[in-house]
Design a protein around this ligand. Structure first.
Ligand code: SF4
Ligand code: SF4
Length: 153
């Protein structure tokens, strides 16, 4: 049997991208504005007392050590998260880099997942688009995508 490499758990390191692109209800922080408590490139200045929304959130890059380093959100400018609906992802693009989900490793990654039946809703400012493969996406998710009525990629 081949020995598989043991992947170490990840840490956020210098990434603070979710502190920009995601909203935090408890702080009345809107998406796509920096949180007043962030030290950019360093971390949260109120880490021990950060709100539950922040304590509970882990992006997919953080959760999955097998994802490429280039997809770390501060490098890719995209925060990937699981959809609460299940079986899909949301991609929160830094509006300063509106094509970040359409280029390079990120684009290939989203395409591969779409072909495996995992759709991604891409959010950039007020814009919404969906990466998905109609032939592989489960019917119930297609219904949701159709209801959203957003542009497809
Ligand atoms: S986007 Fe992910 S890696 Fe970056 S700070 Fe948030 S949870 Fe950590
Ligand atoms: S409270 Fe801390 S973890 Fe939460 S968004 Fe602000 S800087 Fe980030």
């Amino acid at each position: 049997m081949t020995d598989l490499p043991i992947l170490q758990p990840r840490s956020c390191g210098p990434c603070t991208m979710c502190c920009k692109v995601l909203g935090v209800e408890e702080l009345e922080k809107q998406p796509n504005e920096w949180c007043p408590h962030v030290a950019k490139g360093q971390g949260c200045q109120i880490y021990a007392d950060r709100p539950p929304t922040c304590k509970e959130f882990e992006c997919l890059w953080l959760q999955n050590p097998e994802m490429p380093e280039e997809l770390r959100p501060d490098r890719s400018k995209v925060v990937l998260a699981s959809l609460k609906l299940g079986d899909g992802m949301s991609a929160h693009v830094d509006p300063g880099y509106p094509h970040a989900a359409d280029t390079g490793v990120m684009k290939e990654f989203l395409k591969v997942l779409a072909n495996k039946g995992v759709p991604t809703i891409v959010c950039c400012g007020a814009e919404r688009a969906v990466y998905y493969s109609r032939s592989n996406t489960p019917e119930r998710l297609l219904k949701i995508i159709d209801q959203l009525g957003v542009q497809s990629k």
